[in-house]
Each structure stands twice: as structure tokens, then as C-alpha cells.
Design a protein around this ligand. Structure first.
Ligand SMILES: Cc1cc2nc3c(=O)[nH]c(=O)nc-3n(C[C@H](O)[C@H](O)[C@H](O)COP(=O)(O)O)c2cc1C
Length: 206
């Protein structure tokens, strides 16, 4: 079992990384492989709605989206982390997730996921919601913790001192490991993910 943890901060080893590392350690303690992927300092274009991915299965921009997209199938769960920027997620992560989910959503369906945010002081919940919205439109069970998944600080040392935040991360890691094991046991006992109906798409006109 494996979890991919995406660091959407431009700072490779900053506060978001510190939170993700605590989750990674907890997952590994529970026997789950974990890998942190840093995408937040890359030049990531927003979606240009060209529709090319519908024909090729890849994004026209050959950047972190296709690179991480190719790794999604090997993972059983996902965690996306972001610093809070003006009460939302970092722009790079938003561009990344828009395109990743548009092209590779099938690779993540029915796999558990969680959002993590880091802020100096405020705006955590709206950023948390920015990430969770991707999961709830893609049949992905959301893993929760004892509180909303947020840490506080402007540098890693601050986050390490945020004892409650760090505990929230450890609980999240434990809960993710537990759910992954339950899903795996379910599969071994004939409980698989549902087979979805052919999608019905309507709009507000008719
Ligand atoms: C452009 C920008 C906008 C920010 N907006 C907020 C904000 O709305 N609320 C807040 O508490 N901190 C804000 N911060 C501070 C970061 O969210 C905070 O320092 C975070 O923990 C940094 O995480 P990182 O080290 O992983 O990048 C902002 C920082 C930057 C650079």
C-alpha cells in the first residue's frame, strides 16, 4: 500500500512539507509506503480547455501533471498540501489540480484522500475546502482527523512547535493507514469499489 503526498508550496522544505513529513512518518510506522512529491516551485500552466486530453489521455503541457499522473495508479491514497495564500491555495497547486483531475481523475476514483493546509494565522478553512472539492466530485472517500487538517507558522520550526497541529497530522496518517487496510481487506473478501453507472450529464438549460 502506498500514499502519494503532493507538496504544493513553492518552498520545498517549508511548513507544508513539515506537516506532510509528520503524516509520512506515521504512515510508514503503520506499514504504509509514502512518497512526498514537490510540485509547488514548478512552472505549472493553468488549463486552457483545449480538450486534447480527451483524445490522448495526456495533457498538452508536459510538466508535473503528466509526470505525477503517470504515478497515480501505483498509489492507493493521496494527500495534497498547500500553504494558505489569501485564504485560498497556492496558484501552482490550483493549476496542477485542475489539470491533474481533468486528465487523470479515473486513476484516483474510489481511493481515499485528504487535504492539508499551512497558514501563519487565518484562511485555513477556505483553502482546505479548495482542495476537498476535487475529491468530492470524484468518488474519493475523504480521510479526516481530530480537527481540520491545518498547521500554523511561517517557518518549519514554528510548525514543529504547533503541538496540536502536529498531532492532527499524526492522527490523519493513522486514519489513512486504517482506511487503506480496511479497503484492502474488503477487496480480499469480495468487496470492491462500485461499478459506476454511465454518467448522465445535464446542464441548467435542459
Ligand atoms: C502570497 C502569500 C499569501 C499568504 N496568505 C496568507 C493568508 O491568507 N493567511 C495566512 O495565515 N498566511 C498567509 N501567508 C503565509 C503562509 O501561508 C504561511 O507562512 C505558510 O505556513 C507557508 O507555508 P510553506 O512554508 O509551506 O510555504 C501567505 C504567504 C504568501 C507568500
Amino acid at each position: 500500500m502506498k500514499v502519494l503526498l503532493v507538496n504544493g508550496s513553492p518552498r520545498e522544505k517549508g511548513c507544508t512539507y513539515t506537516a506532510l513529513s509528520e503524516i509520512k512518518n506515521e504512515l510508514e510506522r503503520d506499514g504504509v509506503e509514502a512518497e512526498i512529491i514537490h510540485i509547488g516551485n514548478e512552472d505549472i500552466r493553468g488549463c486552457i480547455a483545449c480538450g486534447s486530453c480527451g483524445k490522448t489521455g495526456r495533457c498538452v503541457f508536459n510538466d508535473a501533471v503528466n509526470r505525477v499522473g503517470a504515478k497515480l495508479a501505483e498509489a492507493d491514497g493521496y494527500i495534497f498540501g498547500s500553504p494558505v495564500y489569501y485564504a485560498g491555495i497556492a496558484g501552482q497547486l490550483k493549476s496542477f489540480m485542475d489539470r491533474l483531475f481533468y486528465v487523470y481523475k479515473a486513476s484516483m476514483q474510489y481511493k481515499p484522500a485528504a487535504a492539508v493546509v499551512s497558514a501563519r494565522r487565518g484562511g485555513c478553512l477556505s483553502a482546505f475546502d479548495d482542495i476537498n472539492r476535487f475529491f468530492t466530485i470524484n468518488c474519493m472517500p475523504i480521510v479526516s482527523s481530530q480537527y481540520w487538517n491545518q498547521v500554523h507558522g511561517t517557518k518549519p520550526e514554528d510548525v514543529l512547535k504547533d503541538e496540536e497541529g502536529m498531532q492532527i497530522m499524526r492522527t490523519l496518517g493513522q486514519n489513512m493507514a486504517w482506511l487503506l487496510k480496511c479497503i484492502e481487506l474488503g477487496k480480499q473478501n469480495g468487496v470492491s469499489a462500485p461499478v459506476p453507472e454511465p454518467a448522465v450529464r445535464t446542464n441548467f438549460i435542459r
